[in-house]
Design a protein around this ligand. Structure first.
Ligand code: CA
Length: 230
């Protein structure tokens, strides 16, 4: 398999060097761009496998860059942000980012996020056109409208099933509360988010019976992600 090509978009030279050095010593190929315009040009001409995007750039807003890239490509975008405010991350995720890292981050964290995204890419390639989803002991037969755990039918409510399908469709990606409630109920009031928590809790009780298996990760104040198990 080819080494993945990562586009690093970061205006801070020391952070950019840290990232590219890490990538180099971990067998990734990389390109780098110091601002938004060059990032967009590079993304379209070089077609990287994954984009690591700093949200605070001198020329363009990071969320705007995500929107522009998403208008023609689904390439995975991991946002890197010095801002710890959840609202920036949520705006980036809702614009189409796949994941986020908050500065300062460790090298181990960066590599972990890249691995999650690569698994997501691999899962996307496998599942294209398929009518069955598989992740560890969990599976969904979309045609039958049924989900299974270790081969046994899961007794899910319609909302739990819908929620599971949404998470499965974007396995490995962080989905915001707004995105999920919008897809399920067509709205995203505070009360919808509260209901979402309840449905999520009941769904998790059913699919995470085995305490060693975690399928869903909670991102407090942001949303949820289905983890791709090896
Ligand atoms: Ca910056």
């Amino acid at each position: 398999m080819n080494k993945p090509l990562i586009l690093v978009v970061e205006d801070d030279t020391s952070v950019r060097n840290l990232i590219t050095t890490t990538l180099k010593s971990n067998d990734y190929r990389f390109l780098s761009a110091p601002n938004g315009e060059s990032a967009i040009a590079c993304a379209s001409s070089q077609q990287p496998d994954i984009v690591l995007l700093d949200l605070g750039l001198p020329d363009l807003d990071g969320v705007e860059i995500i929107r522009r890239i998403r208008s023609w490509s689904q390439m995975p975008i991991i946002v890197i942000s010095a801002r710890s405010e959840d609202s920036d991350k949520i705006a980036a995720l809702d614009a189409g980012a796949d994941d986020y890292l908050t500065k300062p981050f460790s090298v181990a964290e960066l590599l972990a996020r890249l691995r999650v995204t690569q698994r997501r890419l691999a899962a996307m390639n496998v599942s294209q056109g398929g009518s069955t989803f598989r992740n560890g002991q969990l599976s969904i037969d979309y045609g039958a409208g049924c989900a299974y755990l270790s081969g046994s039918v899961l007794k899910l409510t319609p909302t739990e099933y819908k929620l599971l399908c949404l998470l499965a469709k974007d396995v490995g990606k962080v989905l915001t509360h707004t995105y999920l409630t919008d897809k399920i109920w067509g709205s995203s009031w505070e009360s919808d988010i509260a209901s979402l928590r309840v449905h999520m809790a009941t769904l998790r009780k059913k699919i995470e019976k085995d305490p060693d298996t975690q399928y869903i990760q909670t991102h407090i104040g942001i949303g949820y992600r289905m983890l791709k198990t090896e």
